[in-house]
Design a binder for this molecule. Structure first.
Ligand SMILES: *Cc1c(COP(=O)(O)O)cnc(C)c1O
Length: 385
């Protein structure tokens, strides 16, 4: 099972490090992020990458990507401060969160940010006042939430007709309407989701060009590209091939500027969360299923197991006959159960103190970890090269 996620050398590197440290912790292999960056670049040679900082805001990750030439998409002024402190050029940063205070827009503008996302009139008017002349891109609603493991629709974006109103308004307010963005949902299994989003973008581009003589220049295709979890997905080259084809079908030979905002696909596979079994129990004499409690849970990095959305591969070194278990975290909160309906099997001889390795946990884990729920410290992260 392990070899579906890490090769022998990668595993040995993690294992050598992990053996010397007390659980729980996340270990991130920076070498894997470097490879992912190159892989994305190779598959989308025409696109600029804006790493979604929220996926893993570790200084080491940001510095590495900066050195590789990446751009950055930030969700708040706090992430902005972080990337600027590490020497990132503000010209390489977009403020991609559509929900922000006017004061924060102003702060970002004063720090040199000139590229903002929006999806509402109020936010647009704020940007016009405190970030005059900036480039703005407009986020459309997408409807592909049922095929994404972690949907990002509904809360973000607006209808194409409303986008058109906003673009015209932006122009009147002295901003530069620059492009259209979408996010088809994180860990999106259906590559066709990009097809329908791109055709909406094409409609908006054409309408504005024809009726308003406004020529948008950029498409921000967001994230949604997969990391390798239990459920198989197509590989990134299949995503790239299909998405490139959709782009050319709609836009012909000369594409607008294309931006990608990879988060999960950039860093997910770089991380292994190392945990230990705290307790194993049965709830009744005749209970068929054992409960396995680990020293990590929903509040220490595994929040994406909410509704069992993200199904991490979980590895243990013991071999032999297996049985199904329920996997739960260590806190006094009954929501702190990772998997009850999804089948997770472990050897019958699994014991207290054994280690469980949560693979593909480089994205959306450490940054989500609680500060001191139940007194447990936030998830420790180590970076190795
Ligand atoms: C979270 C987010 C991303 C990253 O998405 P992934 O699916 O993790 O790649 C990209 N863009 C925006 C605007 C986001 O909110």
């Amino acid at each position: 099972m392990l070899e579906d996620y890490l090769n022998a050398k990668e595993w040995q590197k993690i294992k050598n490090f992990a053996d010397k440290h007390e659980t729980p912790f996340l270990v991130v292999d920076l070498e894997k992020i470097k490879k992912k960056y190159s892989l994305l670049q190779k598959n989308f040679p025409f696109a600029k990458q804006y790493y979604a900082v929220k996926a893993n805001p570790g200084d080491e990750v940001i510095s590495l990507l900066k050195d590789l030439g990446s751009n950055f998409d930030i969700a708040s002024i706090y992430e902005l401060d972080k990337v600027l402190a590490l020497g990132v050029d503000p010209a390489k940063v977009s403020y991609g969160n559509t929900i922000k205070k006017a004061d924060h827009v102003k702060y970002a503008y004063n720090k040199g940010i000139r590229l903002f996302a929006t999806d509402s009139e109020s936010d647009l008017r704020n940007i016009a006042v405190v970030a005059p002349g900036s480039r703005v891109f407009f986020r459309i609603l997408t409807e592909s939430s049922d095929t994404a493991d972690w949907p990002l629709s509904r809360k973000f974006g607006c209808h194409p007709d409303m986008i058109i109103d906003l673009v015209i308004l932006a122009s009147k307010l002295g901003l530069e309407p620059y492009g259209i963005s979408f996010h088809v949902g994180s860990q999106q299994h259906d590559i066709g989701a990009w097809d329908s989003a791109i055709s909406k973008v094409k409609y908006i581009f054409d309408w504005l060009s024809e009726h308003e003589n406004i020529n948008l220049k950029m498409i921000n295709m967001g994230g949604g590209f997969p990391a390798n979890y239990r459920a198989k997905t197509n590989s990134i080259d299949v995503y790239a091939r299909e998405i490139t084809r959709y782009l050319h079908e709609d836009f012909g030979d000369t594409l607008p500027e294309i931006i990608l905002e990879p988060g999960r696909s950039m860093v997910g596979e770089s991380g292994v969360l190392v945990s230990e079994v705290v307790l194993i129990s049965r709830k009744a004499r005749t209970a068929l299923v054992r409960w396995v409690y680990t020293d990590v849970g929903k509040f220490s990095g595994l929040i994406e197991t909410l509704d069992e959305s993200i199904k991490y591969p979980v590895y243990c070194e013991k071999k032999g006959e297996t049985e199904e278990v329920i996997l739960a975290g260590p806190t006094c909160d009954s929501q702190d159960i990772m998997y009850e309906n999804t089948t997770y099997k472990f050897p019958l001889n699994l014991a207290i103190g054994d280690r469980l390795y949560w693979l593909t946990t480089g994205a959306y884990t450490s940054s989500y970890s609680a500060i001191e729920f139940n007194g447990f410290p936030p998830l420790k992260t180590y970076f190795i090269k």
